[in-house]
Design a protein around this ligand. Structure first.
Ligand code: IPD
Ligand code: CA
Ligand code: CA
Length: 282
């Protein structure tokens, strides 16, 4: 499908309106939560802020694009499932941070057209940073163009990653990758918000990001923002990124192949497999 840039700009403005409205909810509830629930998996939290911010976003989308399909973290699928347009929405990416009043969370709203990210907005209401992009229109932070870093060597890079909520139930938990890449680079950060991690790579603060277990609402906006900022997004092995796999490797492009190579030869750290037993003994 060919897209008219004017049409993408309209969708970008709709996403921006929705993200800013959700950001007001996040600011209002910050430090004022009456309860914090677990959604099922241990540590997977949800609050009134997540739910109300999502309602704000859906209200804006229903007003402007009522015929589009929606996939929202808290309320699931809605709209015409046959539509080529699918909005992937995380009303509060970084709920654990938010619940602890650690101010590193964002609203993430992305538009997939025929399964490909085309429009994205990530809004951090605490640092007042608005990241936006649409395919062919470039990427911006607070309306100024952004670009990925120029770092070419893994040993000189700063990376960022995250850990999925099933990390205690699987040995595929990213612990070994985290240790190994901490050893090989200038550092690995864990911000607690995958969308902000992708935005950090897009604007050159970090050189690369990887994570497993992510959902479309975590990454759709960040992928288009990073690609429009000159970055690269693939699976861990460098093959095309598959939205359903949940596994993403996203970099400035220059360190992509070396990071991909190292991710595929991470030495096992056997202690982590027995970590629960170990910690009970300790
Ligand atoms: C989480 C954050 C975190 C990542 C988790 C995500 P949530 O999203 O993006 O950085 O490591 O895998 O699930 O639950 O705060 O929306
Ligand atoms: Ca999320
Ligand atoms: Ca969320």
């Amino acid at each position: 499908m060919n897209f008219n840039l004017d049409q993408l700009q309209i969708f970008l403005d709709v996403a921006t309106e929705a993200a800013l409205a959700a950001g007001v909810v996040l600011q209002d509830y910050f430090g004022n939560l009456e309860s914090i629930e677990e959604k099922g998996r241990p540590g997977d939290l949800v609050t009134a802020a997540d739910k109300e911010a999502e309602v704000e976003i859906l209200t804006v989308l229903r007003r402007h694009v009522p015929d589009h399909a929606i996939l929202a973290e808290e309320s699931g699928k809605a709209g015409d499932g046959g539509s080529p347009y699918l909005w992937a929405i995380d009303p509060l990416d970084g709920t654990t941070n938010y619940a602890h009043q650690y101010p590193a969370s964002a609203v993430s709203i992305g538009l997939l057209i025929d399964g490909v990210p085309q429009v994205g907005v990530i809004y951090d209401p605490f640092r007042q940073e608005l990241f936006r992009a649409a395919r062919g229109l470039g990427a911006t932070r607070n309306r100024r163009p952004i670009q990925v870093s120029r770092t070419t060597e893994l040993s000189k890079s700063l990376l960022v990653t995250g850990f999925a909520y099933d990390r205690r139930q699987t040995s595929d938990n990213n612990y070994a990758e985290f240790c190994y890449l901490t050893h090989l680079t200038q550092g690995v950060r864990r911000s607690g918000s995958a969308s902000l991690d992708l935005a950090a790579v897009a604007c050159g603060r970090c050189d690369g990001f990887w994570e497993r277990g992510l959902s479309p609402w975590d990454v759709t906006a960040g992928i288009i923002i990073l690609e429009e900022a000159g970055g690269m997004v693939t699976a861990y092995d460098g093959s095309p990124f598959q939205m359903g796999s949940g596994r993403i490797l996203a970099t400035n492009g220059h360190i992509h192949s070396s990071l991909s190579t190292e991710l595929q030869r991470v030495p096992p750290i056997s202690i982590w497999a027995d970590f629960d037993k170990f910690s009970r003994l300790g």
